[in-house]
Design a protein around this ligand. Sequence first.
Ligand code: MG
Length: 224
Amino acid sequence: MAVKILTIKEDILGANEEKARRNRGRLDKHATLTVNVMSSPGAGKTSLILQTINRLKPKTRIAVIEGDVASSLDADKVHQQGVPVIQINTAGGCHLDANMTEKALNNLPLEEIDLLLIENVGNLICPVEFALGEHKKAMLLSVPEGDDKPYKYPLMFTEADVVLVNKIDLLPHLDFNTTAFNQAVTGLNPAVKIFQVSCKTSEGLEAWFLWLEDETKQMKNRQG
Ligand code: MG
């Protein structure tokens, strides 16, 4: 008898897509713009989220879902900013999925949230393969990681709505070629928006904030 092979990955992804669609329906109903923030570990996702809360909180009702393999270090920092936050520990899992996101949504007052930021687990491969129900995907690449990442991890750059190039305050000390990087990214994804930022000095972040405010407004107009 031949060995039976089960294509588990497709089944898992199919079930995830279905649950992600349901999450998306809930978020649409409450006009909660949801952004899935992805990057390698240490690229600056938490710093970006803290800067975003600090700048947009006066006008926008924000909540955060934090995804990490372990600990609540990032959620604790968000909590100190006084916005609702749920920490998901994936217990070894290298990405969030729609099921984990649903459990977090069950614990958030969606009717009171205009903008939901989801910090995915630090990883350039798996997070982009699992839809959560988000409206937009934001990807961070910090310049110490190198300008060759679009060639090595193309799917992440192809699927992103926004690519933020972070830590540009370090550019004078590195061989990162911004022109070559931008060409590689737009070659994969002509519609992508690229923002050059430093979460440390705040340089360039205003364009990101404006984009988020505009998308949040459009979401309200669609639902209203
Ligand atoms: Mg983090």
